[in-house]
Design a protein. Structure first.
Length: 194
């Protein structure tokens, strides 16, 4: 079921990535599985470099990504692929990794077929601006919340305050050690000689 939905999407993204089909075609006939947490899709690489449903033949490679990889992709980009676990053919895994890193959805291209080039560029530009504004707003809210928690509500301690406190504790420890030495010296002087 997942393969039925995922393979057309992956092939569409591959169509928009220059050279992706040629790289994959070198591994024609190989079967692989891409897992994202508990979800997975098995596929076969066709002669033309397009992906098709897997057959009953054994898999050449399995790529396992963490379950949160899709969410982390928004923040970390291609760095998410560093956490991939690979089992099987290293050459095919490397090719799949290169191809996956190069996938980008050209939303404007797809949208232009429905509403025209100029309108599609405006819609996509507006969506990018809204996304950037949302990220900026989120960053500002996080900064304001941490500032409130540290300064107003005093739920957090700033690193500079922690360092100053540690210095004061060190000074107090040293002063106490010197005081103890003086007291020991005075006690020895005050003892009567027998």
């Amino acid at each position: 079921m997942l393969a039925t939905a995922a393979l057309p999407v992956l092939n569409h993204l591959l169509d928009q990535a220059p050279g992706a089909h040629a790289r994959l075609a070198r591994h024609a006939g190989a079967q692989a599985r891409l897992e994202l947490g508990a979800l997975g899709v098995a596929f076969r690489v066709g002669e033309d470099g397009r992906l098709a449903a897997a057959s009953d033949e054994p898999l050449a490679v399995t790529l396992r990504l963490p379950a949160d990889a899709a969410l982390r992709l928004l923040h970390e980009g291609d760095a998410v692929l560093r956490d991939a676990r690979i089992e099987g053919d290293a050459a095919l895994a490397e090719t799949l990794g290169q191809v996956l890193r190069g996938l980008r959805w050209d939303a404007a291209e797809d949208l232009s077929r429905l509403i025209g080039d100029a309108a599609a560029e405006r819609v996509v530009g507006g969506a990018r601006a809204a996304w950037a504004g949302g990220r900026d707003l989120g960053a500002r809210l996080a900064a304001s919340a941490s500032e409130y928690a540290a300064d107003e509500a005093q739920l957090l301690v700033r690193p500079a305050a922690t360092a100053a406190f540690a210095d004061e504790v060190d000074t107090l420890r040293d002063d106490l050690a010197r005081l103890q030495k003086r007291l020991e010296l005075l006690e020895r002087k005050a003892q009567p000689i027998r």
